[in-house]
Ligand binder design. Structure first.
Ligand code: NAD
Length: 296
């Protein structure tokens, strides 16, 4: 079997176009422009790239982008004061604090100071609890993107065996909750899982979120399974820098029914889902119907 490639770049463009349409409608019919505030503390180069990209895409879909760049030695009190201001600003519908934060700042405290209704990253403890109990919440962007691609490919996921490799709070755990919410039978595998190959071989859906280059070889993949590769790993091969996922793409693509490439799979979906979440937050704040197909 040669796998169908799930094109995350094209899918993300479609999501952004849907968001842009809805934003235009909101402006025209309700006079409301969704706004996303992004807070960056310090000068981590990767974070600067992400923040720039988020700001650019926010503006491209017609939303307002508010960037707050703070010095690396900003105090916790000053950061909390800014978040409080954004929580109370009616023009701001989504707030994202770029992680990781400098070591002297308590990430949990900072994230949990964001108004849960504006927590477009879905990391606030209230949103984690709401998702875990199957209630309406803000859903972390990367797992939401994976879910959208899976629904698009399969329609219903009900009854499918899904294995999520990785149990992080930002990818693995929320991904498992979302799959459970769509009535999959879910296994969460991690670094202590016994016989990981055997666990993965049972799966109709494999989501790999580990951060180890090409650790899942093709012969772990059940014939016809759908493989979602969240991993982003920079490696050097043949003297060149290369991005690879957690799955060995070449061998997995020979057995899978469908697979996301790296790059161009899950990656582009993350910011598209951030924009979708900001739109959702804006609609909820204004008691308007939520955009269809853009939420969990
Ligand atoms: P993390 O380091 O927080 O978690 C990794 C998880 O993998 C842990 O739960 C650990 O138990 C598990 N693990 C480690 N070694 C293992 C092994 N040998 N076998 C099975 N499980 C093992 O990482 P994360 O933040 O969840 O990110 C995972 C990957 O996804 C990284 O490559 C990251 O760059 C990528 N990522 C991509 C996006 C995106 O937008 N595409 C977003 C977030 C993370």
């Amino acid at each position: 079997m040669v796998a169908q490639v799930i094109d995350g770049k094209a899918f993300a463009a479609k999501v952004r176009a849907q968001v842009a349409d809805q934003v235009a409608k909101l402006k025209e019919e309700n006079g409301i422009t969704p706004g996303l505030a992004v807070v960056l503390v310090g000068e981590d180069p990767a974070s600067q790239v992400y923040v720039r990209s988020k700001g650019k895409q926010t503006v491209e879909v017609g939303m307002n982008s508010y960037e707050h760049k703070l010095d690396v030695d900003t105090s916790e009190d000053d950061l909390l004061a800014l978040i409080d201001k954004l929580n109370n600003d009616p023009a701001v519908h989504g707030i994202l604090v770029q992680l990781p934060l400098p070591k002297h700042l308590n990430e949990d405290l900072v994230i949990n100071s964001i108004d849960p209704a504006k927590d477009v990253d879905g990391f606030h403890i209230s949103n984690v609890g709401l998702l875990g109990t199957g209630q309406k919440s803000m859903v972390p962007c990367t797992p939401l993107g994976c879910l959208m691609m899976l629904r698009d490919h399969h329609g219903s996921l009900s009854g499918m065996d899904a294995v999520v490799i990785g149990r992080s709070n930002i990818v693995g755990k929320p991904m498992a909750q979302l799959l459970l919410g769509d009535s999959c039978t879910v296994t969460i595998a991690h670094s202590r899982t016994k016989d990981l190959p055997d666990v993965v071989r049972r799966a109709d859906i494999v989501v790999a979120a580990v951060g180890r280059p090409e650790m899942v070889p093709g012969d772990w993949i059940k014939e016809g399974a759908t493989v979602i590769d969240v991993g982003i790993n920079r490696i050097e091969r043949d003297g060149k820098n290369k991005l690879v996922g957690d799955v060995d793409y070449a061998s997995a693509a020979e057995r899978a029914g469908a697979i996301t490439p790296v790059p161009g799979g899950v990656g582009p979906m993350t910011i598209a889902c951030l924009l979708a979440n900001t739109l959702t937050a804006c609609c909820r704040a204004n008691s308007l119907p939520e955009p269809e197909g853009l939420t969990a």
